[in-house]
Ligand binder design. Structure first.
Ligand code: N2P
Length: 444
């Protein structure tokens, strides 16, 4: 729960700070407004960026940092055009959507005498970018999404589970969720795309095995028939769901409030590490039928006001040492694939007691047997059964209607109460933090 409070506190403190400094006395063109996922950065880098930016450009910058937990909430703000963010961090399928809706602008890689660290992004991420439907340029040529976005973190979707109550064999299939033993003991992610896709894969497992359809094909499938089939499947599960979580599932897992959470690999890593401190043994796996591999990327909205600082900030995050710090802090895996990152992550895995190896050659060239945490860098065999999601375009409304029917009003009521309690708590905590000039407690 402290993570949720922390996230909300940052947002609130950022807004308080914004009214008194950034937007009050500082010229907006010297402010960098960032809209990022919660728990998704080493916050000390925000302060350090200001110094680094001044060293590189001789220009001062203030940062306003705000948080979201759901892609579609961020997108709605940008789409309405009310929010003048300079940087946002959508997931792959929303990168497609933002490109195709013309919401973003190309990213300059002109950093003067500062090196272009964006070249540190691993070729694996370039390949994922290549799979996006990025539309066409004005001259009709195929658009390269990398002209408009730079990768940040990536991972998979799977089950975070408590080893005391759940055996890995019991959840090797997405169908493990229907085991009566787990009724009211699991969370589903409150992100309709992250649930729809695994369920569609589960429904089509036999066809995938028979070679009649690929997971990649399914990631484009938003037909009425498939949406109905997923709806029926989820309705048969609804009464067993403990809750729909946007970002608190990982905390609940560490507190043993749930045994399973359908979530992102980065949250799994964070939860596994946190849980160790309280002698709770968590783990993570990607079910055998297959799943999503995803990545999030920085984009500069069309109406950004500080494009230069935005592109420098992206460049700053692509430095190996900053990527490593972000990984340490958040549990998520950076898109940076340099030897420095490999060395740091391999050392860390060994320190944490990992002895087995993975084939991570898809990410670190030639590394077919390397000691790495398999939650962070899954074996190639896992990656081979994962595919990227795609923008559902004008089918999004139909998917959302299905999602709303599946979750039902009771779930929404429950969430509203929870959110209300959290917001009140966070505001109280933010006031305390501000009064005490509270210092951030680092995870490591
Ligand atoms: C971190 C959110 C990660 C986003 N809280 C995964 N796409």
């Amino acid at each position: 729960m402290k993570k949720i409070f922390k996230s909300l506190c940052i947002a609130v403190v950022a807004m308080l700070g914004m009214s008194s400094s950034a937007l009050g006395e500082t010229d907006r063109s010297n402010v960098l407004k960032i809209y990022n996922w919660s728990d998704y950065i080493d916050e000390s880098l925000l302060e350090e960026f200001k110094t680094w930016y001044y060293e590189q450009t001789g220009e001062k910058v203030e940062i306003v940092y705000q948080l979201f937990d759901i892609n579609e909430i961020m997108l709605a703000k940008i789409e309405r055009g009310h929010a003048d963010y300079d940087l946002v961090c959508p997931s792959d399928y929303i990168v497609e959507r933002m490109l195709n809706l013309g919401l973003v602008q190309p990213i300059s890689h002109d950093f003067g005498s500062t090196p272009d660290y964006t070249s540190n992004v691993a070729p694996f991420i370039d390949e994922l970018f290549g799979k996006l439907n990025a539309g066409v340029n004005e001259d009709g040529t195929k658009r390269d999404a990398r002209d408009y976005a730079v990768g940040y973190m990536w991972g998979t979707v799977g089950f975070i589970y408590n080893k005391k109550y759940v055996k890995a064999e019991e959840i090797q299939s997405w169908g493990g969720l229907w085991n009566p033993k787990f009724a009211k003991m699991f969370f589903l992610k409150d992100a309709f795309r992250d649930v729809y896709s695994p369920m569609l894969i589960y429904l089509n497992a036999d066809r995938i095995a028979a070679g009649e359809v690929t997971i990649e094909d399914l990631m484009w499938d938003t037909s009425d028939e498939s949406i109905k089939a997923v709806e029926d499947l989820l309705l048969s599960l609804r009464d067993n769901v403990l809750g729909w979580e946007a970002d608190f599932g990982k905390d609940m897992m560490t507190q043993e409030m749930a045994w399973i959470s359908l979530g992102w690999s980065g949250d799994a890593k964070w939860a596994v590490d946190e849980a160790k401190a309280v002698n709770v043994e968590l783990d993570y796996l990607v079910p055998q039928e297959g799943s999503n591999v995803w990545f999030d990327a920085w984009m500069i909205p069309k109406y950004a006001k500080n494009v230069k600082a935005a592109s420098y900030f992206i460049n700053f995050l692509c430095m190996s040492e900053n990527a490593i710090r972000n990984m340490d802090e958040t549990g998520y895996v950076s898109v940076i694939g340099t030897p420095e990152v490999l060395e740091a992550m391999s050392e860390r895995a060994m320190e944490e007691g990992t002895t087995s190896t993975v084939d991570a050659s898809y990410f670190f060239e030639g590394q077919t047997e390397v000691v790495l945490d398999p939650i962070l860098y899954p074996d190639r065999s896992v990656i081979d059964r994962c595919a990227l999601m795609h923008d559902s375009g004008d089918r999004t409304e139909v998917l959302l209607e299905m999602w709303s029917r599946v979750k039902g009003d009771s779930a929404r009521g429950w969430m509203k109460v929870l959110i209300g309690v959290l917001v009140v708590g966070a505001i109280a905590a933010a006031v305390v933090v501000k009064i005490r000039g509270g210092k951030k407690k680092k995870r490591k």
